[in-house]
Design a protein around this ligand. Structure first.
Ligand code: UDP
Length: 369
Protein backbone atom coordinates (compact mmCIF):
# COMPACT_ATOMS: atom_id res chain seq x y z
CA UNK A 1 0.00 0.00 0.00
CA UNK A 2 1.63 3.21 -1.12
CA UNK A 3 0.84 5.61 1.72
CA UNK A 4 1.57 9.33 1.67
CA UNK A 5 1.95 10.89 5.12
CA UNK A 6 1.37 14.64 5.23
CA UNK A 7 2.51 17.12 7.89
CA UNK A 8 3.58 20.75 7.94
CA UNK A 9 3.66 22.11 11.48
CA UNK A 10 5.77 21.16 14.49
CA UNK A 11 3.04 19.23 16.34
CA UNK A 12 2.06 17.36 13.17
CA UNK A 13 5.66 16.31 12.60
CA UNK A 14 6.00 15.14 16.21
CA UNK A 15 2.73 13.20 16.00
CA UNK A 16 3.28 11.73 12.50
CA UNK A 17 6.92 10.70 13.05
CA UNK A 18 6.01 7.45 14.86
CA UNK A 19 3.46 6.66 12.13
CA UNK A 20 6.18 7.12 9.50
CA UNK A 21 8.58 4.86 11.42
CA UNK A 22 5.95 2.16 11.97
CA UNK A 23 4.78 2.09 8.34
CA UNK A 24 8.38 2.08 7.05
CA UNK A 25 9.20 -0.93 9.20
CA UNK A 26 6.30 -2.89 7.63
CA UNK A 27 7.11 -4.36 4.18
CA UNK A 28 3.43 -4.11 3.17
CA UNK A 29 3.74 -0.31 3.04
CA UNK A 30 5.60 1.98 0.69
CA UNK A 31 5.84 5.34 2.43
CA UNK A 32 5.96 8.84 0.95
CA UNK A 33 6.82 11.50 3.53
CA UNK A 34 5.31 14.84 2.47
CA UNK A 35 5.91 18.17 4.21
CA UNK A 36 3.65 21.07 3.28
CA UNK A 37 6.29 23.43 4.69
CA UNK A 38 3.55 25.33 6.62
CA UNK A 39 5.96 25.93 9.56
CA UNK A 40 9.26 25.37 7.79
CA UNK A 41 11.43 27.13 10.39
CA UNK A 42 10.07 25.07 13.31
CA UNK A 43 10.12 21.87 11.28
CA UNK A 44 13.65 21.92 9.86
CA UNK A 45 15.43 21.16 13.16
CA UNK A 46 13.08 18.20 13.71
CA UNK A 47 13.79 16.41 10.44
CA UNK A 48 16.88 14.50 11.58
CA UNK A 49 15.86 14.12 15.22
CA UNK A 50 12.49 12.54 14.36
CA UNK A 51 13.73 10.67 11.25
CA UNK A 52 11.13 12.37 9.06
CA UNK A 53 13.12 11.73 5.84
CA UNK A 54 11.00 14.14 3.82
CA UNK A 55 10.51 12.94 0.21
CA UNK A 56 8.49 15.95 -0.99
CA UNK A 57 8.49 19.49 0.43
CA UNK A 58 5.70 21.65 -0.96
CA UNK A 59 7.16 24.91 0.43
CA UNK A 60 3.83 26.45 1.40
CA UNK A 61 5.16 28.91 3.99
CA UNK A 62 4.95 32.56 2.98
CA UNK A 63 5.29 35.44 5.42
CA UNK A 64 2.06 37.35 5.97
CA UNK A 65 -0.13 34.88 4.06
CA UNK A 66 -3.76 34.60 5.13
CA UNK A 67 -5.68 31.37 5.62
CA UNK A 68 -7.37 31.54 2.22
CA UNK A 69 -3.99 31.85 0.46
CA UNK A 70 -2.54 29.01 2.50
CA UNK A 71 -5.46 26.63 1.97
CA UNK A 72 -5.98 27.39 -1.73
CA UNK A 73 -2.27 27.01 -2.56
CA UNK A 74 -2.22 23.93 -0.31
CA UNK A 75 -5.03 22.20 -2.18
CA UNK A 76 -3.43 22.93 -5.51
CA UNK A 77 0.14 21.85 -4.57
CA UNK A 78 -0.94 18.77 -2.63
CA UNK A 79 -3.18 17.80 -5.54
CA UNK A 80 -0.24 18.10 -7.98
CA UNK A 81 1.91 15.93 -5.67
CA UNK A 82 -0.84 13.30 -5.39
CA UNK A 83 -1.20 13.17 -9.17
CA UNK A 84 2.56 12.82 -9.59
CA UNK A 85 3.13 10.14 -6.92
CA UNK A 86 -0.25 8.34 -7.10
CA UNK A 87 -0.45 7.01 -3.51
CA UNK A 88 -3.16 4.51 -2.51
CA UNK A 89 -3.93 6.55 0.60
CA UNK A 90 -3.11 9.90 2.20
CA UNK A 91 -2.76 10.29 5.97
CA UNK A 92 -3.39 13.76 7.39
CA UNK A 93 -3.15 14.84 11.02
CA UNK A 94 -5.38 16.80 13.35
CA UNK A 95 -6.69 20.26 12.76
CA UNK A 96 -4.28 22.33 10.72
CA UNK A 97 -4.81 24.08 7.40
CA UNK A 98 -2.30 21.58 5.95
CA UNK A 99 -4.53 18.70 7.09
CA UNK A 100 -7.71 20.28 5.75
CA UNK A 101 -6.18 21.19 2.38
CA UNK A 102 -4.61 17.73 2.11
CA UNK A 103 -7.83 15.88 2.92
CA UNK A 104 -9.80 17.89 0.39
CA UNK A 105 -7.13 17.49 -2.31
CA UNK A 106 -7.08 13.72 -1.79
CA UNK A 107 -10.89 13.55 -1.77
CA UNK A 108 -11.07 15.47 -5.07
CA UNK A 109 -8.50 13.07 -6.55
CA UNK A 110 -10.40 9.98 -5.39
CA UNK A 111 -7.63 8.97 -2.96
CA UNK A 112 -8.80 7.55 0.41
CA UNK A 113 -7.96 9.76 3.39
CA UNK A 114 -6.90 8.58 6.83
CA UNK A 115 -7.46 11.22 9.52
CA UNK A 116 -5.07 10.71 12.43
CA UNK A 117 -6.32 12.32 15.68
CA UNK A 118 -9.93 12.41 14.49
CA UNK A 119 -12.93 13.35 16.59
CA UNK A 120 -11.60 15.91 19.07
CA UNK A 121 -14.18 18.65 19.60
CA UNK A 122 -14.66 21.80 21.67
CA UNK A 123 -18.08 22.25 19.99
CA UNK A 124 -17.17 25.90 19.55
CA UNK A 125 -16.35 26.86 15.96
CA UNK A 126 -14.55 30.00 17.16
CA UNK A 127 -12.27 28.30 19.69
CA UNK A 128 -9.83 27.12 18.61
CA UNK A 129 -10.16 28.96 15.34
CA UNK A 130 -9.90 27.78 12.61
CA UNK A 131 -8.80 24.39 13.99
CA UNK A 132 -12.23 23.23 15.22
CA UNK A 133 -13.71 23.74 11.74
CA UNK A 134 -10.74 22.05 10.05
CA UNK A 135 -11.26 18.94 12.16
CA UNK A 136 -15.00 18.83 11.61
CA UNK A 137 -14.70 19.27 7.85
CA UNK A 138 -12.25 16.39 7.45
CA UNK A 139 -14.33 13.76 9.31
CA UNK A 140 -17.07 13.12 6.70
CA UNK A 141 -14.60 12.76 3.81
CA UNK A 142 -12.20 10.44 5.64
CA UNK A 143 -12.18 6.72 4.86
CA UNK A 144 -10.37 6.03 8.15
CA UNK A 145 -11.18 8.17 11.21
CA UNK A 146 -8.33 7.25 13.56
CA UNK A 147 -9.46 8.49 16.96
CA UNK A 148 -7.26 8.82 20.05
CA UNK A 149 -9.98 8.00 22.63
CA UNK A 150 -13.48 6.58 23.02
CA UNK A 151 -14.78 10.08 23.74
CA UNK A 152 -13.51 11.17 20.30
CA UNK A 153 -15.27 8.20 18.71
CA UNK A 154 -18.52 9.22 20.44
CA UNK A 155 -18.11 12.79 19.16
CA UNK A 156 -17.89 11.46 15.61
CA UNK A 157 -20.90 9.18 16.09
CA UNK A 158 -22.91 12.17 17.33
CA UNK A 159 -22.18 13.82 13.96
CA UNK A 160 -23.48 10.73 12.12
CA UNK A 161 -20.01 9.72 10.97
CA UNK A 162 -20.19 6.07 9.91
CA UNK A 163 -18.97 3.83 12.74
CA UNK A 164 -17.23 1.53 10.26
CA UNK A 165 -14.77 4.37 9.44
CA UNK A 166 -13.73 4.83 13.11
CA UNK A 167 -10.90 3.06 14.96
CA UNK A 168 -9.81 4.05 18.47
CA UNK A 169 -6.01 4.00 18.37
CA UNK A 170 -4.69 6.20 21.19
CA UNK A 171 -2.81 9.37 20.39
CA UNK A 172 0.47 9.02 18.48
CA UNK A 173 1.92 11.89 20.53
CA UNK A 174 2.42 9.39 23.35
CA UNK A 175 4.31 7.06 20.97
CA UNK A 176 6.51 10.01 20.12
CA UNK A 177 6.98 11.20 23.69
CA UNK A 178 7.92 7.75 25.04
CA UNK A 179 10.30 7.16 22.11
CA UNK A 180 11.98 10.52 22.65
CA UNK A 181 12.10 10.18 26.45
CA UNK A 182 13.82 6.82 26.01
CA UNK A 183 16.19 8.28 23.42
CA UNK A 184 17.18 11.13 25.75
CA UNK A 185 17.71 8.80 28.71
CA UNK A 186 19.65 6.18 26.76
CA UNK A 187 22.09 8.54 25.02
CA UNK A 188 24.45 11.28 26.12
CA UNK A 189 21.65 13.82 25.56
CA UNK A 190 20.64 13.42 29.19
CA UNK A 191 24.10 14.46 30.44
CA UNK A 192 24.20 17.35 27.98
CA UNK A 193 20.85 18.68 29.23
CA UNK A 194 21.65 18.07 32.90
CA UNK A 195 24.80 20.12 32.49
CA UNK A 196 23.17 22.86 30.44
CA UNK A 197 20.23 23.25 32.85
CA UNK A 198 21.99 22.60 36.18
CA UNK A 199 21.37 26.20 37.29
CA UNK A 200 17.58 25.75 36.90
CA UNK A 201 17.66 23.16 39.65
CA UNK A 202 19.14 25.71 42.05
CA UNK A 203 15.62 27.12 42.23
CA UNK A 204 13.03 25.21 44.20
CA UNK A 205 10.46 25.22 41.41
CA UNK A 206 10.71 25.12 37.63
CA UNK A 207 7.76 26.49 35.65
CA UNK A 208 7.74 25.77 31.92
CA UNK A 209 5.59 27.95 29.68
CA UNK A 210 4.41 27.87 26.07
CA UNK A 211 1.95 30.23 24.40
CA UNK A 212 0.85 30.57 20.82
CA UNK A 213 -2.92 30.29 20.35
CA UNK A 214 -4.39 32.75 17.94
CA UNK A 215 -7.56 33.28 20.00
CA UNK A 216 -5.41 34.49 22.95
CA UNK A 217 -3.50 37.13 20.96
CA UNK A 218 -3.83 40.65 22.44
CA UNK A 219 -5.03 41.51 25.94
CA UNK A 220 -5.72 37.90 26.97
CA UNK A 221 -2.16 36.80 26.26
CA UNK A 222 -0.76 39.95 27.86
CA UNK A 223 -2.79 39.15 31.01
CA UNK A 224 -1.19 35.68 31.18
CA UNK A 225 2.28 37.21 30.81
CA UNK A 226 1.56 39.79 33.54
CA UNK A 227 0.62 36.96 35.89
CA UNK A 228 3.83 35.11 35.03
CA UNK A 229 5.79 38.28 35.76
CA UNK A 230 4.01 38.54 39.13
CA UNK A 231 4.85 34.89 39.84
CA UNK A 232 8.52 35.58 39.09
CA UNK A 233 8.54 38.71 41.28
CA UNK A 234 6.62 37.36 44.24
CA UNK A 235 8.04 33.83 44.20
CA UNK A 236 11.81 34.01 43.90
CA UNK A 237 11.83 30.25 44.65
CA UNK A 238 10.60 29.81 41.04
CA UNK A 239 12.35 30.00 37.73
CA UNK A 240 10.24 30.39 34.62
CA UNK A 241 11.48 28.97 31.32
CA UNK A 242 9.53 30.11 28.28
CA UNK A 243 10.55 28.86 24.82
CA UNK A 244 8.76 31.48 22.75
CA UNK A 245 6.85 30.61 19.60
CA UNK A 246 8.15 32.27 16.43
CA UNK A 247 4.87 34.14 15.90
CA UNK A 248 5.52 37.84 16.75
CA UNK A 249 2.00 38.16 18.22
CA UNK A 250 3.02 35.69 20.92
CA UNK A 251 6.64 36.70 21.48
CA UNK A 252 6.63 40.51 21.32
CA UNK A 253 4.35 41.01 24.36
CA UNK A 254 6.31 38.34 26.25
CA UNK A 255 9.50 40.31 25.80
CA UNK A 256 7.77 43.57 26.74
CA UNK A 257 6.00 42.27 29.86
CA UNK A 258 8.43 39.67 31.22
CA UNK A 259 11.88 40.68 30.00
CA UNK A 260 14.69 41.76 32.34
CA UNK A 261 14.00 39.37 35.19
CA UNK A 262 16.71 37.10 36.58
CA UNK A 263 14.28 34.24 37.16
CA UNK A 264 12.59 34.39 33.74
CA UNK A 265 14.27 32.80 30.71
CA UNK A 266 12.68 33.88 27.45
CA UNK A 267 14.33 31.58 24.94
CA UNK A 268 13.98 30.28 21.38
CA UNK A 269 11.84 27.19 20.66
CA UNK A 270 13.60 24.07 21.91
CA UNK A 271 14.35 20.90 20.06
CA UNK A 272 11.78 18.26 20.95
CA UNK A 273 14.32 16.17 22.89
CA UNK A 274 15.27 19.13 25.11
CA UNK A 275 11.65 20.15 25.60
CA UNK A 276 10.76 16.59 26.66
CA UNK A 277 13.64 16.67 29.17
CA UNK A 278 12.43 20.00 30.60
CA UNK A 279 8.79 18.84 30.81
CA UNK A 280 10.04 15.88 32.86
CA UNK A 281 11.88 18.02 35.43
CA UNK A 282 9.28 20.82 35.67
CA UNK A 283 6.99 21.31 38.67
CA UNK A 284 4.34 23.07 36.61
CA UNK A 285 3.60 23.69 32.94
CA UNK A 286 1.49 26.67 31.91
CA UNK A 287 0.46 26.30 28.29
CA UNK A 288 -2.17 26.78 25.62
CA UNK A 289 -0.70 23.93 23.56
CA UNK A 290 -2.75 20.88 22.63
CA UNK A 291 0.17 18.48 22.41
CA UNK A 292 1.70 19.53 25.72
CA UNK A 293 -1.63 18.86 27.51
CA UNK A 294 -1.52 15.33 26.15
CA UNK A 295 2.13 14.66 26.89
CA UNK A 296 2.48 16.02 30.44
CA UNK A 297 0.36 13.34 32.23
CA UNK A 298 2.85 10.69 31.05
CA UNK A 299 5.60 12.64 32.82
CA UNK A 300 3.36 13.32 35.86
CA UNK A 301 3.84 17.06 35.44
CA UNK A 302 0.80 19.21 36.32
CA UNK A 303 -0.55 21.54 33.63
CA UNK A 304 -2.59 24.73 33.69
CA UNK A 305 -4.22 25.29 30.31
CA UNK A 306 -4.63 28.96 29.44
CA UNK A 307 -7.67 28.41 27.25
CA UNK A 308 -11.42 28.66 27.83
CA UNK A 309 -12.17 25.47 25.95
CA UNK A 310 -10.32 22.26 25.34
CA UNK A 311 -10.92 19.49 22.84
CA UNK A 312 -8.93 17.25 25.19
CA UNK A 313 -11.14 16.95 28.30
CA UNK A 314 -10.00 13.42 29.22
CA UNK A 315 -7.04 14.53 31.37
CA UNK A 316 -9.18 17.02 33.30
CA UNK A 317 -10.72 14.05 35.10
CA UNK A 318 -7.29 12.88 36.29
CA UNK A 319 -6.76 16.26 37.99
CA UNK A 320 -3.26 16.63 36.54
CA UNK A 321 -4.54 19.07 33.89
CA UNK A 322 -6.69 22.10 34.75
CA UNK A 323 -8.41 24.52 32.43
CA UNK A 324 -7.85 28.03 33.80
CA UNK A 325 -8.51 30.31 30.83
CA UNK A 326 -6.67 33.62 30.84
CA UNK A 327 -8.04 35.11 34.08
CA UNK A 328 -4.96 36.42 35.95
CA UNK A 329 -6.36 35.75 39.45
CA UNK A 330 -7.24 32.15 38.58
CA UNK A 331 -3.83 31.46 37.05
CA UNK A 332 -2.15 33.03 40.08
CA UNK A 333 -4.18 31.00 42.60
CA UNK A 334 -3.87 27.69 40.77
CA UNK A 335 -0.13 28.13 40.14
CA UNK A 336 0.53 28.74 43.81
CA UNK A 337 -1.62 25.80 44.84
CA UNK A 338 0.28 23.44 42.53
CA UNK A 339 3.73 24.74 43.46
CA UNK A 340 2.95 24.41 47.15
CA UNK A 341 1.81 20.81 46.66
CA UNK A 342 4.61 19.77 44.26
CA UNK A 343 5.95 16.97 46.41
CA UNK A 344 2.63 15.18 46.90
CA UNK A 345 1.74 15.60 43.20
CA UNK A 346 5.00 13.89 42.19
CA UNK A 347 3.96 10.81 44.19
CA UNK A 348 0.61 10.38 42.43
CA UNK A 349 0.00 7.48 40.07
CA UNK A 350 -1.49 8.80 36.86
CA UNK A 351 -2.63 6.85 33.81
CA UNK A 352 -2.34 8.89 30.64
CA UNK A 353 -5.83 8.79 29.06
CA UNK A 354 -4.44 9.72 25.63
CA UNK A 355 -2.42 6.65 24.86
CA UNK A 356 -0.08 3.82 25.73
CA UNK A 357 2.61 4.30 23.07
CA UNK A 358 1.14 1.85 20.53
CA UNK A 359 -1.18 4.12 18.53
CA UNK A 360 0.91 3.98 15.33
CA UNK A 361 0.74 0.19 15.22
CA UNK A 362 -3.06 0.35 15.58
CA UNK A 363 -3.16 2.85 12.72
CA UNK A 364 -1.13 0.50 10.49
CA UNK A 365 -3.49 -2.35 11.44
CA UNK A 366 -6.58 -0.24 10.64
CA UNK A 367 -5.21 0.65 7.19
CA UNK A 368 -4.61 -3.03 6.43
CA UNK A 369 -7.93 -4.34 7.79
N1 UDP B 1 7.47 21.52 21.70
C1 UDP B 1 8.81 21.48 21.33
N2 UDP B 1 9.62 22.56 21.62
C2 UDP B 1 9.14 23.67 22.24
C3 UDP B 1 7.77 23.72 22.59
C4 UDP B 1 6.95 22.64 22.32
O1 UDP B 1 9.28 20.48 20.77
O2 UDP B 1 9.92 24.61 22.45
C5 UDP B 1 6.60 20.37 21.37
C6 UDP B 1 5.70 19.84 22.48
O3 UDP B 1 6.34 18.86 23.27
C7 UDP B 1 4.52 19.27 21.70
C8 UDP B 1 4.46 20.15 20.47
O4 UDP B 1 5.71 20.81 20.36
O5 UDP B 1 4.75 17.94 21.27
C9 UDP B 1 3.34 21.15 20.62
O6 UDP B 1 3.40 22.07 19.62
P1 UDP B 1 2.53 23.43 19.65
O7 UDP B 1 2.32 23.85 21.06
O8 UDP B 1 3.23 24.36 18.71
O9 UDP B 1 1.18 23.03 18.93
P2 UDP B 1 -0.19 22.42 19.46
O10 UDP B 1 0.09 21.18 20.22
O11 UDP B 1 -0.88 23.46 20.27
O12 UDP B 1 -0.96 22.13 18.21
Amino acid sequence: MKTAVLFGTRPEAIKMAPVLRTLRSNPDFEVLSVSSGQHDELLKPLEGLLELDVDVNLGLMRHGQNLSDLVSRGISRISDALQEHKPDALLVHGDTSTAFAGALAAFYNGIPVGHVEAGLRTWNMKSPWPEESNRRLIAPIATWNLSPTNACRNNLLSENIDDSTITVTGNTVIDSLLWMDQKVKSTDLVEQYEEKHADLLEHRHLVLVTSHRRENFGSRMRGVYETLARLADERPDCIIVFPMHLNPNARKPALEVMGDRKNVRLIEPLEYSEFVYLMGISDLIITDSGGVQEEAPSLKTPVLVTRDTTERPEALDTGIVKLVGTDPEKIWAESNAILDASESIAEQNINNPYGDGHASQRIADALQA
